[in-house]
Design a protein. Structure first.
Length: 153
């Protein structure tokens, strides 16, 4: 497995959306974050730094599988995300390709199942309505972030 092959697979999952965030990370969401989507996987595209451990991939494992996965060579608690049962992989050889796909299908499924009813309703909208809602929501969010914050005394 590699980042490009995994990216192609992840984008085949229902309602999967990708963003480039936090430097050089591809973040995969179930649903657009503007309408309440949630992250389920993150691919680190940065080049390895000698002497430093870095994850090539982090993903949601869920509480049921988290401890079991941490027993595997090459998986460890995902930085900043371990408290919500995410694991990180040091290298692509932790699993074979079909196993990676199974792991990430599961991450997608548990994230989809946790979405609030309103977000699931937004995902059920026809594509044109969903696109319009996303555009409206992004416009609203950019207006909110552009407003100057009042100074505290």
């Amino acid at each position: 497995m590699d980042a490009e092959r995994l990216r192609a697979f992840l984008l085949t999952l229902s309602h999967a959306v990708e963003t480039l965030q936090w430097g050089n990370n591809l973040v995969f969401w179930v649903g657009d974050k503007a309408i309440g989507g949630k992250m389920f996987a993150l691919i680190n595209l940065d080049e390895p730094v000698e002497g430093k451990t870095r994850a090539v991939l982090s993903y949601s494992a869920g509480p049921e599988r988290y401890s079991e996965l941490l027993e595997l060579e090459g998986l460890y608690p995902a930085p900043y995300m371990a408290r919500i049962h995410w694991v990180a992989a040091e290298h692509w050889q932790v699993f074979r390709n079909p196993e990676w796909e199974d792991q990430l299908r599961h991450a997608h499924a548990i994230t989809l199942a946790k979405l609030p009813p309103r977000t699931r309703a937004n995902l059920a909208l026809p594509a044109t309505q969903q696109k319009k809602l996303i555009q409206e929501r992004r416009a609203l969010l950019s207006k909110k972030s552009a407003k100057p914050k009042p100074k505290s005394k």
